[in-house]
Design a protein. Sequence first.
Lengths: 240, 85
Amino acid sequence: MSRARHLIIVACIVVAAAVPAGAQTATTGPARAQQLALLKARGDAEIARRITTLDQLAARMSTSRHITDADRTRLTNETSTEKAGLTSLKAKIDADTDLATLRQDLHRIVVDFRVYVLVVPQVHLTGAADAALSAADRLAAISTRLQTLLDQAATAGNDGNVLRSQLADANAKIAAAKQLAGPLPDKLAVLTPSGYPGNRDVLVSARDALRTARSDLRSARDSIRQVVSSLRPARTTTTT
Amino acid sequence: MQKRGFPLLFVAALAVAGGACRGNDRTASPSTTVTTTATTGAPAPATDAAVEADISAVDGDLAKLDTDLTSADQGVDGQETDPGQ
């Protein structure tokens, strides 16, 4: 009885050991090598695609004029760090000999870097905030010049109340847009891949704020165009 | 009446502002320039063009804003596929 029990236990151990051994055998040889090569090629292509994207993002950052140097440096460093990390990961993937390790490393291309779901929107939303602030500053400068003309007109006895009201509306929209876009570069610059997806809400709220700012700026521009158009007299060729 | 006088004042102000911006180019009598511009009834061309250029620059900024928001949309709403799967 005791001997039979020992035999059963030994048989179980042999079967248990044979299952992984058999599985291993199925992925060894040419098929396994082919699968490794296929996955490595896919990983290399995904890394190359991300590095190209990061280079494009760095170029976009370099043309931003209204974000602070600190924010620009943080985002530039982030893209550089991501590129270095992906390059290092590519070397590891290329050297992988074990399928399970290779799959883990391929997974890291996504979760360790979050290039497309975090860094791309992070940089473009910062660029959008920069463009919004640039438009707001330009509109404010035009508005100031128009206000001076309206003030001069008022001194001369022309009230221009309708135009003043249009300009006041434009100024309010410009101020609102600046208030919405102004804080965004700081908020976006601190987001990191390790915080994703928890920090996705920041991206969503930034996008919503910028959509509203865009609407405000378009409205302000249209009001300013109307004021300019109203101030411009009909062209005549009368000479004296 | 008030409506007609208003643009003329604007023209005169633009002409003076435009003249001031031209600085050393204005070697001729300043009063000649102002008088000529005011009597033609049209804004000083340089100043008028400057306002148009500024508004065009705003249009350029808004176009960039559009492009960046569209590019951000893909990331905010998208997902990345795991290449190991």
